[in-house]
Design a protein around this ligand. Sequence first.
Ligand code: PMP
Ligand code: GLN
Length: 406
Amino acid sequence: MNTDTDSATTHALRPGAGHPRQPYLTARLQGFGTTIFTEMTRLAIEHKAINLGQGFPNFDGPDFVKQAAREAIERGENQYCRMAGHPELVTAIAEHQARFYGLRYDPMSEITVFSGATEAIFATLQALCEVGDEIVMFEPYYDSYRASVAMAGATPRYVTLRAPDFSYDRGELERAITQKTRAILLNTPHNPTGKVFSKDELEHIAALARKHDILVITDEVYEHIVFDGEHIPLAGLPGMRERTVQISSSGKTFSFTGWKVGHTCASPELSAAIRCAHQFVTFCTATPLQVGIAAAYRAPDEYFSTLTRDYRALRDRLCDGLAGIGLTVLRPAGTYFVLTDIRALGYHSDVEFCRMLPQEIGVAAIPPSAFYTQSDDGAHLVRWAFCKTAETIDAALARLQQLKKA
Ligand code: PMP
Ligand code: GLN
């Protein structure tokens, strides 16, 4: 159970907006406050609310994965392991890439293990960005991107995904690329919208990367949670393998978010650069957990299809329930999050709504304003997580009935 009640500061809802200046904190990090996930989980705990905010499953991943980690501990795999990743795990990841996408990566020179996708993103940006470089990203964005870009001394440029389908304006993306652009940071399947970028969109992004000779960093942590369409790794498109850093994490696919085992796949040259940063951030990720996750990546196909099938049922359960309450549901094609428009119920501020919800209704959710910088589009949206048991979702929906307009 997540019982995190710590705060880096007192509150944080909209990036940079109204955060008290922190003594000691560098200028780079002023305005970042506390992550919205910590903030909303704290409110959930304080008010004993059902937490549909922070994206962590309230159930465990498979026993055979836990067993593999336990056995690794028992046989003494408890010291530092290879800096770039346990040989068993990088081999299992290479097999997984070949099995699902037909992508061939050399486990030793092209796959690197990190303490979660969060560290992979951080180390990649540290390694690849000169101070002053620009990183193009879509908003809403996963919150760590902006902070990692800032810590690397780079500058973010935003392209807004627009509801209801969260497509982007191609001209806007083209104009966001300048002489200073180092990379596009792309997340598909996308948190928080649930968008799965189409082949056509990926081809457009790939063509721009080739034309301007820039890199693409892809965050594919929800690669196996896709309901409509299919997940296409950008690295598989022509000319993209050598300019793409593909990032994923075992946390989502195997429901062990607390283990924090993530990885990158990239050319030997890109991997060497990223490893240079990684060796001084964590050096290596927890050894026995890497062995557990190696077993996970070798799971039979049925494990992955069952994961998708189960999440599809939970998606439909939550989406139908939220629609029944009168919220406008933007049904996700992937991930375990759904956005709803709250205006139909007469609300106009996601932040006010999400601050009221735990205390008044007994449910916690996430205000997506925290994931926008240039647009106000998040103000009328709320994100709900369905990586929860059916009983938990039903209990939350029962409480949410109070929101129904008379
Ligand atoms: N990227 C996205 C889009 C996410 O939603 C998350 C969620 N936690 C992460 C990265 C971080 O993954 P990890 O927990 O492996 O660091
Ligand atoms: N990725 C999770 C989410 O989007 C949260 C991760 C975190 O708390 N940092 O809810």
